[in-house]
Each structure stands twice: as structure tokens, then as C-alpha cells.
Design a protein around this ligand. Structure first.
Ligand code: ZN
Length: 226
């Protein structure tokens, strides 16, 4: 039983149980790669709050196996939607931060160094906005929140700081473009996603929980007075 992870909300589902559509056609032409098989899939997220769909297609040289066609040699595969793996976050998070995150995630594969530059700017924006910290560079800003964030969060931030070029260049201006590899820039994006949830989403959830308790207490008080 294979599982499928929604790239929008991160929910795991059993692949056979979700709404999906598959289609294909054979290009019966004399191409360099012979006859081609073009196929595409649409998967719909079963999470009621999400319901986003993913659309993937693939082309390759075709071969006939009993009863159907299969790709012999893959040529190209695209994820049309979502473009880049971008998670959805609530819009009470400041727009500038969400824009930097989305853009960074969208170009992670195409240009790791441009992605990492945006991700560093996003991280700085989050630290400044959420923690009210403003120092002369990202390195100092990260240091300034060490005492404020919980241990798990700190370890995640520190782990990124300790690898490769991202860590080595935190003292430099965030707008400076640095050479990073794909894995590094993706780790940075995963860190930002974690911090968006742990800081902004968690704070909002806490606020709603408290609000409910306050409202319930007020209602009780009112009932007593009647
Ligand atoms: Zn989803």
C-alpha cells in the first residue's frame, strides 16, 4: 500500500483511496527515441480543508508489455501543479515573509543559490518580525534569539548554521548571492516551513484556545448573574 503526501498541506493518504485520474497517449512517430508514451496524473487531496490537486506528467520512449504500454526510457517529468513544492500557510503571516518563502521554494530546483538568498531574507524577516530583534546581520540576529526559542527549534537553526556555505556566510549581507547546492537550499526551506508553523501558526492556535477559554468563562459568569 503506497502512501501519498499532499505537497500543499503535508497530509499523508493511502494512494489507492484518493480521487485520482490517469491518462496517456502513444505518439506513433519516428522520433529519435522511437515511439513515445505521454502520461499524466491528477491527485486530489482528501483533506477537507485543503482539496488542492496535484498535476504531474511524464514523457518517455514507449514499450509494450502484456496488455499495456510502459515507459522504457524516461525523457522528462514535470510537476505542473504545484510549481515547486510550496506549502500553504495562513494569511495572517506577513505577506512579505510568505512571498519570500513561496518564491524561494518555487525556484529551489532551478536555482539553489537564488532560492537560498530569498530563504535567508525570509529567515531574517521572520526573526525581526516575530521576535522584534534587529541586529547588524543575520548571524547576530540568530544569536540574539538563542535564549528565546525552545531547544528543538534552536537545534534545527544551529544545524543549518553549521553546514556549508549558508552557515559560513551568515555574517555577510543577506542580499549577497552565495553558491549553495540543492540540498543546502532545500534544508533551509524546510527550516523556514518548520519555523512558520512553530512560531506563527502555533501562536495563533494558542490565541484561539485562550480566547475560547475566556469566552466560556465569561458565559458562565453571565449565567450565574441571571
Ligand atoms: Zn492537501
Amino acid at each position: 500500500m503506497s502512501t501519498w503526501e499532499c505537497p500543499f498541506c503535508g497530509r499523508l493518504s493511502v494512494k489507492d483511496k484518493i480521487q485520482q485520474q490517469y491518462n496517456y497517449y502513444i505518439v506513433k512517430a519516428d522520433t529519435k527515441q522511437g515511439e513515445l508514451l505521454v502520461q499524466s496524473w491528477v491527485y486530489v487531496c482528501p483533506n477537507h480543508e485543503c482539496k488542492e490537486f496535484t498535476y504531474i506528467s511524464e514523457v518517455g520512449s514507449a514499450k509494450i508489455v502484456p496488455g499495456k504500454y510502459e515507459i522504457a526510457e524516461p525523457i522528462q517529468r514535470w510537476t505542473h501543479i504545484p510549481q515547486g513544492v510550496v506549502k500553504q500557510f495562513p494569511d495572517y503571516i506577513p505577506k512579505a515573509i510568505l512571498n519570500d518563502y513561496r518564491e524561494s521554494a518555487m525556484i529551489a530546483e532551478l536555482s539553489p543559490k537564488a532560492s537560498a538568498t530569498l530563504a535567508r531574507r525570509c529567515l531574517q524577516g521572520m526573526i525581526r518580525d516575530f521576535w522584534g530583534v534587529k541586529e547588524k546581520n543575520l548571524f547576530e540576529e540568530v544569536r540574539a534569539i538563542e535564549e528565546k526559542v525552545d531547544t528543538d527549534t534552536w537545534q534545527a537553526i544551529d544545524a543549518i548554521r553549521s553546514i556549508g556555505n549558508i552557515g559560513a556566510h551568515m555574517e555577510k549581507d543577506i542580499d549577497l548571492i552565495i553558491e549553495v547546492d540543492k540540498e543546502e537550499s532545500e534544508l533551509l526551506i524546510r527550516l523556514i516551513e518548520t519555523l512558520l508553523s512553530d512560531w506563527y501558526v502555533e501562536r495563533e492556535n494558542r490565541r484561539i484556545r485562550s480566547e475560547r477559554i475566556v469566552a466560556a468563562a465569561a458565559e458562565k459568569k453571565e449565567l450565574k448573574q441571571q
